[in-house]
Design a protein around this ligand. Structure first.
Ligand SMILES: Nc1ncnc2c1ncn2[C@@H]1O[C@H](COP(=O)(O)OP(=O)(O)OP(=O)(O)O)[C@@H](O)[C@H]1O
Ligand SMILES: [Mg+2]
Length: 367
């Protein structure tokens, strides 16, 4: 018997706020509700509501001009909404004065596409700068900055100036600086857009590592879908200042519902090969089906099973992929158009195994 009284009933709010097993608070880090921000006639944010859960990496994607940067600037108080609520750790920041915003901004770190380092300061001083502003003593900020440089793998560059660093190293300094005051939330606006693919991967690995090790919640805006796919837990799709689709990354990436999301993700999902797509014609003798399966439980046996059920079908392209640890399948088949029952049967069978099926058109043999 431990000293704790296990039979006492914590209040309902304590139950709701803290996971009894992990001890992790379930209070969202950020809750936006009904946020509006216009610039003249442009509604950059249009009655936007969004919740960022504690400890997650949330990707925000959308076309240029969708309102992504405006959203992130509202989160750190750089932009003021015209109306709505923005709660950071339970406190509504809309309407706060600059002075009142200061302690909240300290809970938020920000990393930028062009790093925004001070060229006249050393790496160590760049990382320590937010701590200097926050009033930390010199010895303490130096110790904290060295600890962070170690975390981002740049201990040996403490005395260097930014000009002597590669892009990836500069972004590591940017990340260390953003983390200096132990923020609860890290905001990233196109932080890897200026980096080559290999450096991007190393920065993403670092961000994921920081997210897991320090429990920092990350909101990242990017045009690179691969970034969200690699490290995002959830994704929200923004269009004209509104969230049009959101969910777990594996789910949205394997079964995008809106045309916008399908179009944004076209580069990271198998597509009908161009030489076939260009030959689609109304008179073709074969019907081309696009198939998505978010739970291809059969693994590699899936295709043998499908072709056993559909002996007249031909497998064109696609396969099983993994998003995090979740297998998802996307592939393309042709089925003879005559007799018409073949296509109907194929669609009915695929739907019976919970696939989403789309008739993409017709093509003539040989495919
Ligand atoms: N300071 C401003 N003054 C006037 N219009 C603005 C201002 N900031 C943003 N806008 C407009 O608001 C809309 C949303 O802009 P925002 O920068 O948030 O888009 P974005 O999604 O970040 O785009 P991108 O992917 O190109 O960075 C755009 O139409 C933009 O022109
Ligand atoms: Mg932007």
């Amino acid at each position: 018997m431990t000293g704790r009284n296990v039979t006492s009933q914590p209040s309902a709010t304590a139950f709701a706020a803290v996971d009894p097993v992990t001890g992790v608070s379930e209070t969202p880090v950020v809750v936006l509700s009904g946020v509006n921000r216009s610039f003249g006639p442009t509604r950059a944010l249009d009655d936007l509501s969004l919740t960022v859960r504690r400890g997650e990496i949330l990707g925000i994607i959308g076309r240029s001009g969708a309102g992504k940067s405006t959203l992130i600037r509202c989160l750190n108080g750089l932009e003021r909404p015209d109306s709505g609520r923005i709660e950071i750790e339970g406190r509504n920041i809309v309407g706060l004065s600059e002075g009142e915003l200061q302690p909240i901004r300290r809970k938020i770190g920000m990393i930028f596409q062009h790093f925004n380092l001070m060229s006249a300061k050393t790496v160590l001083d760049n990382v320590a700068l937010p701590l200097k502003i926050a009033g930390w003593a010199k010895a303490e900020r130096r110790a904290r900055a060295l600890e962070l440089l170690d975390l981002v793998g740049l201990s040996d560059k403490a005395g260097s100036y930014p000009a002597a660093l590669s892009g990836g190293q500069k972004q590591r300094v940017g990340i260390a600086r953003a983390l200096s005051a132990r923020p609860a939330l890290l905001l990233s606006d196109e932080a890897t857009s200026a980096l080559d693919p290999e450096t991007t991967r190393s920065i993403l690995t670092l961000l994921k590592d920081i997210n897991r090790k320090l429990g920092v919640t990350v909101v990242l805006i990017t045009h690179e879908m691969e970034v969200v796919r690699t490290i995002g837990d959830r994704v929200a799709v923004l269009e004209a200042g509104r969230i049009v689709e959101q969910g777990e990354v594996w789910h949205v990436f394997s079964d995008p519902k809106t045309e916008l999301t399908q179009s944004l993700l076209s580069g990271v999902r198998p597509q009908l090969p161009v030489h076939i797509a260009s030959r689609l014609s109304p008179g073709g003798s074969e019907t081309v089906l696009g198939v998505d399966l978010t739970d291809p439980g059969l693994g590699n046996g899936l295709f043998a099973e499908i072709l056993a059920h559909l002996p007249s079908a031909h497998f064109l392209h696609g396969g099983i992929d993994h998003i995090h640890d979740q297998p998802v399948a996307r592939f393309f088949l042709t089925v003879p158009r005559e007799p018409a029952s073949l296509v109907d049967e194929a669609i009915a069978y695929l739907r019976s195994i919970n696939a989403r099926v789309e008739v993409l058109g017709h093509v003539s043999r040989p495919v």
